[in-house]
Design a protein around this ligand. Structure first.
Ligand SMILES: C[S@@+](CC[C@H](N)C(=O)[O-])C[C@H]1O[C@@H](n2cnc3c(N)ncnc32)[C@H](O)[C@@H]1O
Length: 346
């Protein structure tokens, strides 16, 4: 699925962190989380450090396992994971009604897999905003390979404080990224500010569903595992996201947890009972293989010290995600389409 090989995985662990500091970065990262005694307020106050450490540590693992797009997808039976990921991106472009030549913003763009796909699908110019320098350096290389470097670009900045004028973009989307925001209203307000009046914002949000019981220890453990394994300050509920959109000024056109209507569960690629050759690296057998490979590479000093620990918290994430999906208490695809009114109330 990914073109990234074993040595790319090993040499990429740590991103922009110096190789000698990877192990201590893992220590610091883990300490932010509940599983290691960390507190939500601390994660929110230090979200830039926490999220950047996370993506420096995991990006090469993501690229090795998932390819260029770092997100889950609604999936039909008979559809490969790769096909479903692309269709999930095309769905967003169609919902936004993108037209050739429009100027689009991708909020929290990763290494730009969705950005390149959506730009080519809709003949638009897409700017990706991302606060992680290592991912942007990967994205620029991949944009050149894909031949979209004239129409698509990256901006290194925090999506809570965007360096764009107001009313600047014809459309904005976010794929599994704004869950990293310490405050949803603040994040959606920034998106509202840079979007032209009358235009649309669409997203796939990571959320706890109505089935999540905050008084259940098991549910809280699963939530904490997902937060640790995915660099999140606190996973919001679907209701909180909906309320935050309205508070930011958006008119919500429609919203739905797309996991509910997905013929194949979104977490299938990570489920221990599932095996697939085409997404082998994501399967339990593939992850076991990767774990031993990373251990060997670390022993041979081909991967920095701490790499195995990164693989271990990603394994925790996989377990938490599958449990959250099976219990239907968590979704990575709470979809909404929202519109910035032309003027107040129109
Ligand atoms: C799970 S990845 C999704 C990437 C991309 N949307 C995709 O689907 O491939 C989340 C992304 O959000 C970015 N991100 C998180 N917090 C951010 C912030 N405050 N400002 C800008 N980017 C941020 C991360 O660096 C990462 O690229």
């Amino acid at each position: 699925m990914s073109k990234a090989g074993t040595l790319d995985l090993a040499s990429g662990v740590g991103g922009r962190i110096s190789k000698d500091d990877v192990l201590s970065a893992v220590d610091k990262y883990e300490k932010y989380h509940v599983c290691y005694g960390g507190e939500e307020e601390e994660r929110k106050a230090n979200y830039t450090d926490m999220v950047n450490k996370y993506y420096d540590l995991v990006t090469s693992f993501y690229e090795y396992g998932w390819g260029e797009s770092f997100h889950f997808a609604h999936r039909w039976s008979g559809e490969s994971l790769r096909e479903s990921i692309k269709r999930h991106e095309h769905f967003l472009a169609l919902q936004l009604g993108l037209k050739p030549g429009q100027k689009v913003l991708d909020v929290g763009c990763g290494i730009g897999g969705p950005l390149r796909e959506i730009a080519r699908f809709s003949s638009t110019s897409v700017t990706g905003i991302n606060n992680n320098e290592y991912q942007i350096s990967r994205g620029k290389i991949l944009n050149r390979v894909a031949g979209v470097e004239q129409t698509c670009d990256f901006v290194k900045a925090d999506f809570m404080k965007m360096p764009f004028p107001e009313n600047n973009f014809d459309a904005v989307y976010a794929i599994e990224a704004t869950c990293h925001a310490p405050d949803a209203v603040g994040c959606y307000k920034e998106i509202y500010r840079v979007l032209k009046p009358g235009q649309h914002f669409a997203a796939y949000e990571w959320c706890m569903t109505d089935s999540f019981d905050p008084n259940s220890e098991e549910h809280q453990r699963i939530k904490a595992e997902i937060e640790l394994g995915d660099g999140l300050p606190d996973i919001r509920s679907t209701r909180q996201c909906l309320e935050a959109l309205k508070q930011a000024g958006f008119e919500v056109i429609w919203e739905k947890d797309l996991a509910m209507g997905s013929p194949m569960p979104w977490y299938l690629p990570l489920d221990k009972s599932h095996f697939s050759l085409s997404s082998f690296r994501l399967t339990a057998v593939g992850r076991f293989f990767t774990k031993n490979l990373v251990r060997a590479l670390e022993k041979l000093s081909l991967a920095p010290k701490g790499s195995e620990r990164v693989q271990a918290f990603l394994e925790k994430a996989a377990e938490g995600l599958v449990a959250g999906g099976q219990k239907e208490i968590f979704t990575p695809m709470y979809f909404f389409l929202a519109r910035k009114p032309l003027q107040d109330g129109q």
